[in-house]
Design a binder for this molecule. Structure first.
Ligand SMILES: Nc1nc2c(ncn2[C@@H]2O[C@H](COP(=O)(O)OP(=O)(O)OP(=O)(O)O)[C@@H](O)[C@H]2O)c(=O)[nH]1
Ligand SMILES: [Mg+2]
Length: 580
């Protein structure tokens, strides 16, 4: 289903057109019937020949009822823009177009009504006039269909244009986060409280436990209807009537919101963009009594311009809005701003931040999730979704953390572990963030609830050449097939010792030194290369360079053909030999 709102100046034929298209008179109030004037929103639907369902929200054109018009257009996909050929472009044609544009509606078709009351030349001029006025708006290039209700001329063309319109209008997105702004609430005989609205963001089912905001009244869905048919579930982008248990019809009103509990950040302060209408005759500053139209509601707001003191007509800036009650809002929600004192539409924009944490003097809101994270440093992933509508996987515990804030905590944890010394730091002494960071630190070991600095793990420690050397410590294999850079790095890190083009592990050299020490204990006058070679079970090819290395590192000394202990030789009882 697509939901299409009418728009246009008073008396231009919106309701007549809806009745012609659906067979239902959207003017349901007795007063509307008597005065031939739409006062409040009207609803009617039809199924197009293509099989697509279209629900119309018929809005009043009279400027006095503009707030009712605003309640109806907050969640629609597209518009049926009505201009009477007899009068052409009028003030509320302009105002409605601006409002739709501020609300981000970007699909529509234009009906040039009362075509039978003007001659062809006049009709052609009216068409040019309309095309002129919608240029540079979302309706630029939209189809303009001349219709005449009494004779039915043009109705079939309009139906065809509506089919093309709904075919090109994207269907509503299901984010599993349903939100229904209530545009009607009433008591239905035998059913109790019924609220209706245009559903966005997700599906609502019978028996769902929901909450009515801002009063936070828990309710249960007793039944639901769409297009007058009972349903067990209704998805986003549909008109929906909810029969609610748990609330009296006088406790819920237009502008209230029905949502799932726990899915929304309820806010009384938002940062938003504000595009000031070019036709305004004065700048917008904090002075003035403003009303914001959000969803189907009308809320008196206090406003502060962020940055400059005032925003000039035709410009776009940033504002902070203070609401009278907490509402379930998300970045991307659109609003229209009116000044109640002057009864004029000032402009409107997009919610950018539903929980500003930076002081107004410094706040520079935008839609970026990274900004929200950076301004907080640490934010729980589920909270971040409530604040932005976006899902980001947590990177530290259950948090999404700004890199700078994480680095700060990592440094603090490392310092605390270092200060705790060899006994280690009691992990319970860290806060949740510190513990979450600890889990990701490779250089810190947690045992029995205490964190200590762990051994430095060398990424090359598991290198296969090391294993090959360890298997044959005194007849070490040549480094065939070992990457030259890796070999150089193994040597640089001391994992491998290079001696005259041969490679040994440091353990092999220590073991050779120990073997020499043991031999010397039995032969205090000295040992020959042959004795050492035999003791190590190797050949001269390896024994000679090994002994040369022991000489060079002070563990043995040459005396003629013999080796005696050097100053650094460690004996079998691990007593250093006395210097000779
Ligand atoms: N001749 C002719 N009269 C029309 C046509 N469309 C509407 N009218 C008449 O114009 C008058 C106003 O029509 P509505 O449909 O009530 O106009 P509206 O735009 O809904 O008016 P508001 O809701 O008050 O803004 C009624 O008397 C209609 O009969 C048309 O195409 N041709
Ligand atoms: Mg009407």
């Amino acid at each position: 289903m697509h939901v299409v709102a009418t728009a246009g100046h008073v008396d231009h034929g919106k309701s007549t057109l809806v009745r012609a298209l659906t067979g239902t008179d959207p003017d349901r109030l007795a007063e509307e019937q008597a005065r031939g004037l739409t006062i409040d929103l009207g609803f009617a639907s039809t199924v197009l020949p293509s099989g697509e369902g279209v629900a119309f929200i018929d809005v009043p054109g009279h400027v006095r009822f503009l707030k009712n018009m605003l309640a109806g257009v907050g969640a629609v996909d597209a518009c049926l823009f009505v201009v009477a050929a007899t009068e052409a472009w009028k003030p509320q044609s302009e105002e409605h177009l601006r409002i739709l544009e501020l609300l981000g509606i970007d699909h529509g078709v234009v009906a040039l009504t009362k075509a039978g009351l003007v001659d062809d030349e006049h009709l052609a001029l009216a068409r040019l006039d309309v095309a002129d006025h919608v240029a540079d708006s979302f309706l630029e290039g939209a189809e303009i269909i001349a219709v005449d209700a009494p004779t039915g001329v043009g109705t079939a063309d309009l139906v065809a244009a509506l089919e093309r319109l709904v075919a090109t209008t994207p269907t509503a997105i299901d984010r599993d986060r349903p939100r229904l702004w209530v545009d009607r609430a009433f008591a239905a005989r035998g059913a109790g409280t019924v609220v209706s609205g245009t559903l966005a963001g997700g599906t609502i089912r019978v028996d769902d436990e929901l909450v009515v905001l801002p009063r936070r009244r828990p309710v249960r869905v007793r039944g639901l209807q769409s297009l007058h048919a009972d349903r067990t579930e209704v998805g986003p982008g549909n008109r929906l009537a909810l029969n609610l248990a748990g609330i009296g019809h006088d406790s819920v009103t237009r502008g209230d919101v029905v949502v799932r509990p726990g899915q929304w950040h309820e806010t009384r302060t938002v940062d938003a963009s504000l595009s000031v209408l070019a036709g305004l005759t004065h700048p917008v500053s904090r002075r003035g009594a403003f009303v914001a139209y959000l969803g189907a509601g009308e809320f008196p707001v206090r406003l502060r311009v962020l940055g400059p003191d005032a925003l000039h007509p035709g410009s776009t800036g940033l504002v902070r809005l203070h609401l009278p009650t907490a509402l379930p809002l998300l970045p991307g929600d659109r609003y229209v701003l009116r000044e109640s004192g002057r009864a004029e539409t000032v402009g409107g924009g997009e919610v950018l931040d539903v929980d500003p944490v930076v002081a107004a003097a410094r706040a520079r809101p935008d839609r970026s999730v990274e900004r929200v994270v950076a301004e907080r440093g640490w934010v729980h992933a589920d909270e971040l979704e409530r604040l932005t509508g976006e899902q980001r996987p947590p990177d530290t515990g259950s948090w999404v953390v700004d890199p700078a804030a994480r680095a700060e905590t990592v440094a603090a944890v490392r310092a605390a572990v270092a200060a705790a010394g060899p006994l280690g730091l009691d992990v319970a002494a860290l806060d949740d963030r510190g513990r979450a960071v600890l889990e990701g630190l490779d250089d810190i070991v947690v045992e029995h609830g205490r964190a200590t600095k762990g051994p430095v793990v060398d990424p090359l420690a598991g290198h296969p050449y090391l294993a090959a050397l360890a298997a044959e410590p005194f007849t070490p294999p040549a480094p065939d097939g070992v990457d030259r850079d890796e070999l150089r790095e193994l040597v640089r890190r001391g994992l491998v010792v290079a001696i005259d083009g041969l490679f040994f592990t440091p353990d092999a050299i220590d073991a050779a030194a120990l073997t020499v020490a043991i031999l010397l204990a039995a032969h205090p006058k000295g040992v020959t290369v042959g004795q050492v070679r035999e003791a190590l079970g190797t050949s001269r090819k390896y024994a000679v360079p090994l002994l040369a290395h022991l000489d060079a590192t002070g563990r043995t000394r040459r005396r003629g053909d013999l080796r005696i202990g050097g100053p650094r030789l460690t004996g079998p009882e691990s007593d250093p030999s006395p210097p000779v």
